[in-house]
Design a protein around this ligand. Structure first.
Ligand code: NAD
Length: 295
């Protein structure tokens, strides 16, 4: 079994790393947050002192960081992965970043005889814990085939989507659908509730029909409890929609609905709710209508 480095132990990275430990892999881990490192070390990992130090000890480095600048810093920066990498190392970047950034980082890695695939995930914290994430992968097919057994320990669906960047392009499509779904759910629940029907009755009545969705099943119960603990932070979803809008403009695809939901999320951020779960989008509609959708 390969020895694996794991950098980025946040809401997602921590349970993903723990699942690799459970599967029997040896792990060397690193994060700026020392408490997160200590928790994964207590579960059996060894601590690294920098991305360079981690890379020097392993054959595969997994990164699970917030966005493109963090991945560039960790891989390309001083004391970064490439500074410590032996030729033949494989980087699996599982962060959701701009597809163009994946291509840039992979090209720099290639100069060091280091391979890279982009492998962002969908499913959120519960599926990271269960090891049942959906993983969408871009990169060379032979590198995908080598990494698939490792990815399968963290996800139940692992799909090769195309060349480097294709995983993140697929993830952007996912994020547009999720954001618009949450906004539609929010708009509809505020309408139904203010017009006089109990929100839980609306949910029970429509969840099995065409309007039902994974988003509705996950977010409606949280909304009814006023539970906006992340999960997936509004600020991270803003990052994804910014990447979607930028990519859309680059390739010539206007995204009118995405831009509207982006502005709703910007309003929530200004209102101090950027760290809320993205299910907290409903608070924008609740404020407009002067009503709360709670049980
Ligand atoms: P998070 O903010 O909880 O974790 C990010 C971690 O990266 C933190 O522990 C932070 O300390 C660490 N970090 C940042 N810069 C670093 C650096 N330079 N060196 C070392 N460590 C550094 O974020 P998350 O929710 O775990 O998300 C990670 C990625 O996964 C994001 O791209 C996000 O969009 C994506 N994602 C998240 C979810 C979710 O539900 N949370 C679902 C799917 C995909």
């Amino acid at each position: 079994m390969e020895k694996i480095g794991f950098i980025g132990l946040g809401i997602m990275g921590k349970p993903m790393a723990k699942n690799l430990l459970k599967a029997g892999y040896q792990l060397v881990v690193y994060d700026l947050n020392q408490a997160a490192v200590e928790e994964v070390v207590a579960a059996g990992a060894a601590p690294g002192t920098s991305p360079m130090d981690v890379a020097s000890q392993v054959e595969i480095v997994i990164t699970m960081l917030p966005n493109s600048p963090h991945v560039k810093e960790v891989v390309l920066g001083e004391n970064g992965v490439l500074a410590g990498a032996k030729p033949g190392l494989i980087i699996i970047d599982m962060s959701s970043i701009a597809p163009l950034a994946s291509k840039e980082v992979a090209a720099k890695a290639a100069e060091h005889q280091v391979e890279m695939i982009d492998a962002p995930v969908s499913g959120g914290e519960p599926k990271a814990i269960d090891g049942t994430l959906s993983i969408m992968v871009g990169g060379k097919k032979e590198i995908f085939d080598r990494c698939k057994p490792i990815l399968s320990k963290m996800g139940k669906s692992v799909v090769h989507c195309g060349e480097i960047g294709a995983g993140n392009t697929t993830k952007l499509a996912n994020q547009v659908i999720v954001a618009l779904n949450i906004a539609a759910l929010s708009e509809a629940l505020v309408l139904g509730t203010k017009a006089g029907v109990e929100p839980e009755v609306i949910f029970e009545a429509i969840r099995g029909g065409l309007a039902g969705s994974t988003v509705m099943e996950a977010k409606a119960p949280m909304i009814f409890e006023g539970n906006f603990k992340p999960g997936f932070k509004i600020e991270l979803h803003i990052k994804d929609l910014a990447n979607a809008l930028e990519t859309g403009h680059e390739v010539g695809v206007p995204l009118p609905l995405t831009s509207q939901v982006m502005e709703i999320m910007q309003a929530l951020k200004v209102d101090g709710k950027g760290q809320n779960d993205h299910g907290g989008i409903i608070q924008f509609y609740e404020k407009l209508a002067g009503i709360e959708v709670r049980r």
